[in-house]
Design a protein around this ligand. Structure first.
Ligand code: C2E
Ligand code: MG
Ligand code: MG
Ligand code: MG
Length: 284
C-alpha cells in the first residue's frame, strides 16, 4: 500500500517533469521557426551624452509570440541557450541591427552608432572576425558605427591569437563594450586587461548612487579607473534625475535608462532621432 502510494507520487512528479520538458521543447521549436522566418524583432534604446544627444542605440531582441504576446529576452534566451540557438540568434540580431542602423537618419548632424549584444557568437569563435566583417560589409554600415557588447567572462583570459583578431576589428573602427561591469569576477585591477574601449557599469550600482555610499564608491572607482585607462564609461539603468546628476558629477561619459527612453521599436526609434537631443531633467 505504501509502495503503491509512493509509486503514484513518483509518476505524478514525472508527469509534471515531462509536461514541463514538453513545453520547453515546444517553445524551442517555435523559437527555431521564428528565427528562421525572421519573426523576432529588435527594439532600440538610446545611449545619450551629457547633453542628451543620442550617441548609440542598443539593440534589444523581442519575440512576438503568437499566444503569449511580446516576450522579453529573459524568457526566451535561456530557451535559445538550451536549444543551441544562441549563436544563430546573435547572427540574426547582428545582421538585422546593422542593416536597420545603416538607414538611420543623422541626429544633431552626427551618425548614431548601434550596439549589439553577443553571447553565443564570441571572440573565441574561430569564425568571429569573418562573420562580423562580412556582416558589416553586407549592411554597408561604417565600421566605426558598430559596438559589440560582451560580458566580462567572454573577455577575460583570451588567447593572444583571439585578441589579435579583435584588434583587427578595432583597427577598422569597431568598438567593444564590457556589459554589466561589476557583476563578474574580475577585480577593478583587471580592467586594464579587458580588450574593450567601453565599460558599461551595471544597473545594480547605478540604482544606489544617490543614497547608498558603497554603490556611489563603486561607481566612482570604476569611472576613475576607466578614465585612467582610456576607456569610455556608460551607466546602465539610469532611472532618476538624481542618479543622472550624481553620475555626471563623477564623470560618466554616457547614460542609458528609462530616464531618457525605454527600448522602443525600430520605427519609433527613428522618430526619437528626428526629435533632436533628449531632455535633460534638472537636478531634483
Ligand atoms: P543588457 O544588455 O544589460 O541590456 C540592458 C537591459 O536593461 C535591457 O533589458 C533593458 O531593457 C533594461 N533597461 C534599460 N534601462 C533600464 C532602466 O532604466 N531600468 C531598468 N530596470 N531596466 C532597464 P532587456 O531588453 O530585457 O534585456 C535583458 C538582457 O538580455 C540584456 O541585458 C542582454 O544581456 C540580453 N539581451 C537582450 N537582447 C539581446 C540580443 O539581441 N542578443 C543577446 N545575446 N542578448 C540579448
Ligand atoms: Mg547590453
Ligand atoms: Mg548591460
Ligand atoms: Mg545589465
Amino acid at each position: 500500500e505504501a509502495k503503491r502510494r509512493g509509486a503514484g507520487r513518483v509518476s505524478l512528479a514525472s508527469a509534471a517533469l515531462i509536461a514541463s520538458a514538453d513545453r520547453q521543447v515546444h517553445l524551442e521549436g517555435q523559437l527555431r521557426d521564428a528565427l528562421a522566418n525572421d519573426e523576432l524583432q529588435l527594439h532600440y534604446q538610446p545611449v545619450v551624452g551629457v547633453d542628451g544627444t543620442v550617441i548609440t542605440a542598443e539593440a534589444l531582441v523581442r519575440w512576438p509570440h503568437p499566444d503569449r504576446g511580446l516576450l522579453p529576452p529573459d524568457v526566451f534566451l535561456p530557451v535559445a541557450e538550451q536549444g543551441d540557438l544562441m549563436r544563430d540568434l546573435d547572427r540574426w540580431v547582428l545582421r538585422t541591427a546593422l542593416r536597420e542602423a545603416s538607414t538611420w537618419p543623422t541626429h544633431n548632424g552626427r551618425s548614431v552608432s548601434v550596439a549589439v549584444n553577443l553571447s553565443g557568437l564570441v571572440p573565441g569563435d574561430a569564425e568571429f572576425v569573418d562573420i562580423v566583417a562580412d556582416t558589416i560589409a553586407e549592411a554597408g554600415i561604417p565600421w566605426n558605427r558598430v559596438v559589440l557588447e560582451l560580458v566580462e567572462t567572454a573577455l577575460v583570459d583570451l588567447p593572444s591569437r583571439v585578441r589579435q583578431s579583435m584588434d583587427e576589428l578595432v583597427q577598422r573602427g569597431v568598438q567593444f563594450a564590457v556589459d554589466d561591469f561589476g557583476t563578474g569576477y574580475s577585480s577593478l585591477a583587471r580592467l586594464k586587461d579587458l580588450p574593450a574601449q567601453i565599460i558599461k557599469v551595471d544597473r545594480r550600482f547605478v540604482s544606489g548612487v544617490g543614497n547608498d555610499s558603497s554603490d556611489f564608491a563603486v561607481a566612482r572607482a570604476v569611472v576613475d579607473m576607466a578614465r585612467a585607462m582610456g576607456r569610455k564609461c556608460v551607466a546602465e539603468g539610469v532611472e532618476t534625475a538624481t542618479q543622472f546628476h550624481v553620475l555626471r558629477g563623477v564623470g560618466v561619459d554616457a547614460y542609458q535608462g528609462w530616464l531618457f527612453s525605454r527600448p522602443v521599436p525600430a520605427k519609433e526609434f527613428r522618430a526619437v532621432l528626428a526629435l533632436g537631443p533628449l531632455h535633460i531633467p534638472r537636478a531634483g
